[in-house]
Write a protein that binds this ligand. Structure first.
Ligand SMILES: *[C@@H]1O[C@H](CO)[C@@H](O)[C@H](O)[C@H]1NC(C)=O
Ligand SMILES: *[C@@H]1O[C@H](CO)[C@@H](O)[C@H](O)[C@H]1NC(C)=O
Length: 438
């Protein structure tokens, strides 16, 4: 009797499991997910479509492996920040349309040679920030379209086993393959870039003798990395983003990848912005400099940031903006200025005039901290008070207010006497100068 009961129960379980598997998809379509564009899968991954490309986002899910049942027609598979340790043969072979595969920040220490079988359309493979000592060119053969391969921040062991990969990385046409990856071992190569290593040395039996060769002097200590890509984390989804938060940076890092759209430099110790810091990052839309120690911004610091839409300068030590700092930011929409010791004197007028002539920009946190009599005042109110005392100046601002289309920077500068707004430390308003204008 007991045995029969047990058997029945088992049968029920099997039938139920089969039903669940069969009905899963259909039910999902009929159920609550029908109207939403984001579908949820095991491990709570999310499928979404952007410009006709399907993304499958399984980042930060504590995954140790690729699970069964994920949609096979996806173009981008995001597996960053999981706990994958080993990649086995044919792990991705069902994803035949895959263009990019993000495996960064896992714990991968081994990749079997057939792992990427079937990925004939893959162009981007991200393996940075893992635990790889060794890999061979063989694993890349199934991916003839591969253009971007990131391998940095892995403890590469530069010996004979790495020879084929190093030679592949060094092929001149593979410009975006393996950049910034460096040897961790053996000691004599520690810190060397795979891209620049003399591949002849890797499989040489007498390395001891050869390292005395002048071009291959052993390095005194591992090289200090200082470029943006090795210091910060890069992401490709949903837009290219560089996360340099809390990296103890004293300056804006060099070599920011050119395609970055969002750049987070918050919570560092950057004191000043030099001319043309971001000039090559032309697509930048968001720049976060919150929580630094910014005291001065060069007039040309934001040169070239034509598409910047949002700028966060909160929590710094800014007292005023030099005349001209904002002139390149044609498409700025949001400007965060809070938690800065803004000084309400004549130097702050540039900022207020610029904001007035760019009514599309919404800004927050512009409050006087000095002098004492204006502390806590919104800076606009201080400027209004100032203008109220200077009738001609008021007239000028009303005049420009009648022409809302007139907000291009050149026209604006033409209206106002440059000499008056120049970055002169402090100058008490003098009425006779304003009369001189008419
Ligand atoms: C900028 O970074 C700070 C701190 O990391 C964060 O609180 C803030 O929300 C960020 N600003 C934007 C606009 O993303
Ligand atoms: C301001 O920046 C400092 C230094 O980065 C940080 O410790 C602090 O939490 C920030 N304050 C706010 C309100 O974000």
């Amino acid at each position: 009797m007991r045995l029969l009961c047990g058997l029945l129960l088992l049968l029920c379980l099997v039938v139920w499991a089969a039903e669940a598997r069969k009905g899963g998809k259909g039910r999902r379509m009929r159920g609550r997910d029908r109207s939403s564009t984001v579908k949820r899968f095991a491990a709570d991954c999310k499928e979404s479509t952007v410009n006709g490309e399907k993304f499958f986002d399984c980042q930060d899910r504590h995954l140790t492996a690729v699970l069964l049942g994920w949609p096979e027609d996806i173009h981008h598979l995001l597996l960053a920040r999981n706990r994958i340790k080993v990649l086995r043969d044919n792990t991705f072979s069902q994803f035949r349309n895959l263009r990019s595969l993000d495996l960064q920040q896992n714990e991968i220490s081994r990749i079997e040679e057939g792992t990427f079988n079937g990925l004939s359309r893959l162009t981007t493979l991200l393996l940075q920030h893992n635990r790889l000592h060794v890999a061979s060119e063989g694993m890349l053969i199934p991916m003839p379209q591969l253009k971007y391969l990131r391998l940095h921040d892995n403890p590469w062991r530069c010996d004979c086993e790495l020879d084929s990969l190093v030679r592949f990385i060094q092929v001149p046409s593979n410009r975006n393959v393996g950049n910034y990856a460096r040897c961790a071992e053996p000691r004599e190569f520690s810190g060397r870039q795979l891209k620049k290593l003399d591949a002849e040395l890797l499989c040489s039996p007498q390395t001891d003798e050869l390292i005395l060769h002048p071009d291959n002097q052993p390095l005194p200590a591992p090289q200090k990395k200082s470029d943006a890509t090795s210091l910060c984390h890069t992401y490709v989804h949903p837009v290219p983003r560089l996360d340099c938060r809390k990296r103890d940076l004293k300056t804006v890092p060099a070599d920011i990848p050119l395609d970055i759209v969002r750049l987070d430099l918050s919570r560092n110790s950057i004191k000043q912005l030099r001319p043309k810091e971001f000039v090559s990052v032309k697509d930048l839309k968001l720049l976060n400099l919150s929580g630094n120690s910014l005291e001065s911004i060069d007039t040309a610091a934001f040169t070239g940031l034509l598409y910047l839409g949002e700028l966060d300068l909160s929590n710094n030590s800014l007292r005023y903006f030099q005349y001209g700092v904002l002139e390149d930011l044609y498409f700025l929409r949001k400007l965060s200025l809070k938690d800065n010791p803004w000084i309400c004197d004549y130097n702050i007028h540039y900022l207020i005039y610029w904001l007035k002539h760019h009514p599309g920009v919404s800004y927050t946190g512009l409050v006087c901290s000095e002098p004492e009599e204006f502390r806590g005042w919104p800076v606009e109110n201080y400027v209004k008070t100032y203008n109220a005392e200077c009738p001609k100046d008021k007239q000028l601002s009303q005049l420009s207010g009648t022409n809302p289309a007139d907000n291009a920077p050149q026209e604006f500068t033409a209206e106002i006497d440059e000499e008056e707004l120049g970055p002169i430390p402090y100058r008490a308003p003098k009425k006779f100068e304003i009369i001189r204008l008419t």
